[in-house]
Design a protein around this ligand. Sequence first.
Ligand code: GLU
Ligand code: ZN
Length: 493
Amino acid sequence: MPEKVRVRFAPSPTGSLHIGGARTALFNLLYARHNNGKLILRIEDTDTERSTEESTLQILRSLKWLGLDWDEGPEKGGDFGPYFQSQRLDLYKKEVDGLLAEEKAYYCYCTPEELSQRREEALKAGKPPKYDGCCRKLTPEQRKKFEAEGRKHTIRLKMPEEGQTVVDDLIRGRVVFDNSVLDDLIIVKSNGIPTYNFACVIDDNAMKITHIIRAEEHLSNTPKQVQAYLALGYDIPQFAHVPMILAPDRSKLSKRHGATSVEEFRDQGYMAESIINYLTLLGWSPEGTEEIFDMEKAIKEFTLDRVNKTAAVYDVKKLTWINGHYMREMDLGYVTEQTIPFMIKKGIITEQESKDKFDYIKKIVEVSRDRAKTLDELAHTVAFFFKDVTEYEEKGVRKHFSKENAVKLLTLGADALEKLDHFTHDKTEETFRNITADLGLKAAEIIHPTRLAITGRTIGPGLFDIIVLLGKEKTVERMRKAVKWIGARHQSY
Ligand code: GLU
Ligand code: ZN
């Protein structure tokens, strides 16, 4: 029976979860689910200076918000915990002691200054700037002397000096590294804490990880880790290095390209489902040309051989397009729930109102969601349902309020709507059409100024949908207010 698939996402909590990390987590999850395996979440917090609790919480929050549920790890537990590297130091120590006893590892007393000096000298002499292995053969006396001097030590793993380390990467194929370029790997830092490359190997083995799916930037670490596996006598898992994500200008994606963290996207009004869909296609291609891939469908189709070998280029326009799609197509109640926090944040409604008027808000979202690409934009465009119109879009004023007919039609429209008993879409529309038909005008002549009067804008959902949802009283009131406003404006000319 083939081994049960176990993959892991192993973030370092030194900042928020970025889209690159989220994509790595997603690919791991898709691979795990596709293969009926398990996703393990491990927090790599051995860099005590840069790791923070706040980052850990933020990463967990982002993963949960995206729906990237792990099977074992923080908050979940599991048989292979603890899942924080900072709580696994004893385990690392045991392995270090074993390597030292077997003389596969050794103490290195070189100071950072000495190391950099020797590196420079090597460079000058045209040699590779590699650790020269000078502490490999220290005698017990020499060691004692260094200790007596109060020198600190790191612990290094002896690397083979000849031959090659071959990585059969599931995405990139065979990658060959010359062992001659490998430095004797520091496995324990001078502060006694193991390095990433070492702790990672011990944990991946201890947690029975079968496939290491991670960012391409770690590919250069892989031969070092493979050597650590060999030294420790562990089975080597399969590796799959996912190509980089580049900015549209093909430079490294960074802050200056706009939002990069998952929480920033969330706050800008992107739905988790859209981000997942977008990230699924960022470096992975399905068989067909379809762009809409929800998680369920992605799980069914995801295989590593369809992960691209070349870098993926990040494109916020595509994400926005996908987001618009999900906003239109997803369950109305769900989209409404997602929009409400943005409305509250903008002061359009209160928390209490969001509960009391939920069904009303839902109807508003129903008629408005086609036009918005983000939840934030949607919240912005529905504000007029709750807030009085205090200004009119300037270009609309010029186009629709300056015509002679505007005052006349708005007045006729308000008068007629006021008398209407059945305030429905069809009745209000019929009323407006009758008014313009009687005057030999097109319906647009009344529709445009009315829209501007009751929403303050020139574009938006269907006018009669708005009128009905806004209700007779507010509609009429706003139309009359616009009439006054136009009058006052003309006087002041
Ligand atoms: N802690 C590493 C990182 O955040 C994980 C690398 C790996 O997946 O092996 O990049
Ligand atoms: Zn040394």
